[in-house]
Design a protein around this ligand. Structure first.
Ligand SMILES: C[S@@+](CC[C@H](N)C(=O)[O-])C[C@H]1O[C@@H](n2cnc3c(N)ncnc32)[C@H](O)[C@@H]1O
Length: 174
């Protein structure tokens, strides 16, 4: 999904919240973006540092709990993929408000997360239908889907498992 939307944008500054192993940060950097990759997992960021050093890519890693992150910067693109569902509903709202403030006018936010078609399992929060879209009523919604089946490698079983995911791509008004 990220490939479809990002390839249409002129490269600029991007923030990847919950960057994980960096699949999206590294993809952006390979396509000319200057990326800040933020995560609370030191090992994940070390991996991103190693790959970006080897490939001479512009990725700046930030070891930080997103809910405590402060910066005066605004970005052309903010990604938060498969990460928000780790937060409480109240923190999700605060996190999205933070992302909106830190997106440049005309910039884009891309969010995905597990939704309520999945068993709750270890995840504290699952998005209900239309919930993400309703948080962006004043923005232009470029793409929205609920209940899109997504295949992801499960860390616990080491098998490819299918999950239901909500995704949004929204553009900030000028
Ligand atoms: C399922 S992974 C998704 C990684 C990546 N976004 C992707 O789509 O491949 C979720 C990531 O969010 C990070 N994370 C969870 N809570 C966080 C927080 N409060 N602040 C920063 N990162 C967080 C985890 O460490 C993990 O790397």
């Amino acid at each position: 999904m990220i490939v479809d939307f990002i390839s249409e944008l002129k490269p600029g500054d991007a923030l990847d919240i919950g960057a994980g192993n960096g699949r999206n940060s590294l993809y952006l950097a390979e396509n000319g973006w200057a990326v800040d990759a933020l995560d609370i997992d030191e090992n994940a960021l070390r991996h991103i540092d190693e790959v970006s050093r080897k490939k001479s890519l512009l990725v700046h890693t930030i070891l930080q709990d997103f809910m405590r992150h402060e910066t005066p910067r605004q970005y052309d693109v903010i990604l938060c993929l498969m990460t928000l569902h780790f937060l409480s509903q109240q923190d999700i709202k605060l996190a999205i408000d933070w992302m909106k403030v830190h997106t440049k006018p005309g910039g884009t936010i891309v969010i995905s997360g597990f939704n309520s078609r999945n068993a709750i399992g270890a995840r504290p929060y699952l998005f209900s239908n239309n919930e993400l879209a309703e948080l962006f009523t004043e923005w232009t919604i470029i793409h929205y889907e609920d209940d899109s089946p997504s295949s992801i490698l499960s860390k616990s079983t080491q098998k490819i498992e299918t999950y239901h995911v909500s995704r949004i791509v929204a553009k900030k008004p000028y």
